[in-house]
Ligand binder design. Sequence first.
Ligand SMILES: C[S@@+](CC[C@H](N)C(=O)[O-])C[C@H]1O[C@@H](n2cnc3c(N)ncnc32)[C@H](O)[C@@H]1O
Length: 195
Amino acid sequence: MKKELNANYWNDRYLQADTPWDIGGIAPALKAYFDQLSKKDLRILIPGAGKSHEAIYLHQQGFLQVFVLDWAPEAFALLRQAAPDFPERHFLVCDFFELQGSFDLIVEQTFFCAIDPALRGDYAKKVAELLAPGGQLIGLLFAQPFPFPGPPFGGTKAEYETIFQPFFTKVEIEESALSIKPRMGNELWVRLGQG
Ligand SMILES: C[S@@+](CC[C@H](N)C(=O)[O-])C[C@H]1O[C@@H](n2cnc3c(N)ncnc32)[C@H](O)[C@@H]1O
């Protein structure tokens, strides 16, 4: 039977400490990208943020407008502990597909691979709606399908281009040069935006 990938499913996985996707720190490719940003007031959204290592890092670096979104409230235990002064109103405990707002940067890190593949077009549409003019999504996607039922659900560069091209004029997808060892060769660096 197909798993129902709802908020309870994900929240239970945090409660059971069954979080094999958690790499225990910020992904090197994301750190390298964040380290070259100078505007500390960029409105940054991290959807499906989970334990939010990226948010902890950005917060420590002085970024002021970092928003984490996850519909599993248990996911945020680490962020609350590691960054007690992270603003309460920057925790968005809701369904990504229901979010309204405007962001300069959206960060992808094992969220796209966690949603039902039937919703990938909706993800692309939602990201396009949430980006402010000149904004972009950056992040990592798996480069291959997985030989087992997901989540995670993988894919190929060609599949991703087909999904994103109807919604973005800029779709740049390349092999990631900065992956952690277990994901080396199986990650793509993606940039989506308009213009
Ligand atoms: C595989 S985990 C990745 C977490 C984190 N990005 C990481 O790399 O450790 C996927 C996360 O997306 C969240 N999620 C899945 N679908 C969601 C939705 N529709 N709205 C909000 N959060 C969602 C889950 O609760 C889970 O925390």
